[in-house]
Design a protein around this ligand. Structure first.
Ligand code: FAD
Length: 504
């Protein structure tokens, strides 16, 4: 058979949340010369999760892939810029640190800068690590600029992501996808029929009994996994013993200040609170563990802690941290919450959708659905999930809080061997190794290790080959240059007003 005889002729995407519309937009763009029909089905009765408003820098690649103009995108989603996350009360009550996008200082003699800073810090010198991070200094001064194209400029050393309104993001992607030929069906799916010979999905069945056949099904139906789980019974790996938060309550509120260019995450008694500044409001939520807090208490705590008047009724969400045993099973690929959810602490879920799309395009199937390709997709996905999982667990494990049962549990819990290995390496000599397919780079690990009290016993011995007085002078110069660089930027508010203010 010719390969074109095996072309996938119709793809059905089930679900019109962020995942469904990201997939639809990407397929609309990337399959424009492929003779394949793309249909997205979304239920008029079942809502989307409707949260998911903080992103990480790789989202820029997704926008570039779609050739989306950044300023238009921010105008349409009423978005703001994000230079990192401020973590409040995670290590100890009253303690704050910042996880920035962008490096600390500049490496010297091929040794990472944080190793030199460690040497100075041991001597009570050198100031705070955050003073060597342009995104951190800029964030706390409320400043923003995109990176300078000149790699020699201090202003090149910045990376950024966005905060966006999730509902507007899905609507924006929908118009993008529809303009590129994606069909939208507003129907509620009741189930699926399977082929008797191999158990592949043949068609989705709607509540009126009608059906839609397709060759390839992308399950973006959210937590329940309408196809991947309810039809194919793929199974789910439950990670609540490591990531015990299983509920959230979310509510937007009025903003009473200019939007800050960073997310804030504050550890509370039974979980943590997010605060995400958009152009027109703040997004807020309390992610908590239902073993230690009732829904009513969580809601009352969140409402009590808002910085402005609530703009909607609180929305309650339930989830099980973990991942689908196989994201791709037969002719069904789960993307978004249907594939798994590790909680929103480091804003990784939208990234995982984007990453799923990128992997799909590298092993795009024909109707033979080669098991080797599917196995490789699943291997890559599992590794990615596990590496992010470890990074998230670190936040809960490396705490000195013992004021509430959640924190007593997490500081004592056993952790995956892969994370223990990372911790051992850092505690020994401050070294971080990035393993294959790992999302978070060394800056991120160093930020959380140092921010949460994981202190190396020794620094890298190569540091001692650098003369101490020279190091002092270089470090002082770096701090000055970074402070001056941050000061030279527009304020975040000015930048938005100049380039991407939404008309509201
Ligand atoms: C508390 C919380 C905070 C989060 N914060 C962040 C964050 O800051 N950053 C981040 O990257 N991610 C975050 N996420 C994750 C993010 O919200 C999701 O990854 C994203 O919204 C994708 O959701 P989804 O499209 O997979 O599912 P959903 O939004 O649940 O969409 C499911 C879709 O399936 C449709 N559907 C369901 N059943 C049927 C049916 N029977 N028939 C037809 N259609 C059906 C629905 O109509 C809907 O369109 C957060 C998640 C939670 C729970």
């Amino acid at each position: 058979m010719n390969s074109d005889d095996l072309f996938v002729r119709r793809i059905a995407i089930v679900g019109g949340g962020t995942a469904g519309w990201m997939v639809a937009a990407a397929l609309g763009k990337l399959l424009q010369y492929h003779p394949c029909e793309v249909v997205l089905i979304e239920s008029p009765e079942i809502g989307t999760v409707g949260v998911g408003e903080a992103t990480i820098p790789p989202i820029q690649l997704f926008n570039r892939l779609l050739q989306i103009d950044e300023h238009e995108f921010l105008r349409e989603t009423r978005g703001t810029y994000k230079l990192g996350i401020e973590f409040v009360d995670w290590f100890q009550k009253g303690h704050t640190y910042f996880h920035p996008f962008g490096r600390y200082g500049a490496d010297l003699e091929n040794v990472p800068f944080h190793q030199y800073w460690r040497k100075l810090a041991q001597r009570g010198e050198g100031g705070a690590l955050s003073e060597y991070s342009l995104p951190t200094v800029a964030a706390y001064r409320g400043r923003f600029a995109p990176p300078d194209a000149n790699p020699r400029s201090v202003l090149s050393n910045i990376a950024y992501a966005y905060h966006l309104d999730a509902t507007r993001y899905a609507a924006y992607l929908r118009s993008y996808a529809e303009a590129r030929g994606v069909q939208r069906w507003q129907r509620t799916v009741k189930g699926a029929t399977l082929r008797p010979d191999d158990g592949f999905i043949d068609a989705v069945v709607f509540d009126d009994g009608s059906q839609l056949e397709a060759d390839f099904f992308i399950d973006c139906s959210g937590f329940k996994g309408l196809l991947i789980e309810e039809a194919l019974h793929t199974g789910y790996e439950d990670w609540r013993h490591w990531l015990p938060c299983d509920r959230a309550v979310a509510v937007p509120c009025e903003a009473n200040e200019a939007p800050r260019p960073y997310t804030r995450s504050t550890a509370l008694e039974a979980g943590w609170q997010w605060r995400i500044p958009l152009q027109h409001r703040l997004g807020n939520g309390y992610v908590y563990c239902s073993d230690f807090l009732s829904d009513d208490e969580a809601q009352a705590t969140l409402l009590d802690r808002l910085d402005g008047k609530p703009l909607a009724d609180p929305k309650a969400l339930r989830f099980t941290t973990g991942k689908r045993k196989r994201a791709w099973n037969k002719n069904c690929l789960a993307v978004g919450l249907a594939a798994g959810f590790m909680e929103p602490l480091e804003s990784t879920s939208i990234h995982m959708i984007q990453s799923a799309i990128a992997k799909l395009m590298t092993v795009f199937p024909d109707r033979a659905f080669d098991p080797v390709d599917i196995a490789e997709y699943n291997r890559l996905t599992d590794t990615e999930f596990e590496r992010i999982r470890d990074f998230l667990i670190l936040h809960y494990k490396a705490t000195q809080r013992d004021d509430a049962p959640l924190w007593r549990y997490t500081r004592e819990m056993s952790i995956p061997d892969s994370l223990q290995h990372k911790l051992d390496l850092y505690q020994s000599r401050g070294r971080v190794f990035r393993y294959d397919e790992e999302l978070f780079a060394d800056t991120s690990w160093v930020a959380v290790f140092e921010g949460q009290g994981v202190i190396p016993k020794r620094y890298d011995p190569l540091v001692d080959t650098y003369e101490l007085d020279r190091l002092r002078a270089v470090a002082a110069k770096m701090r000055q240059t970074i402070a001056a660089g941050a000061e030279s930027m527009l304020t975040h508010d000015e930048y938005i007003a100049r380039y991407c203010a939404s008309s509201r």
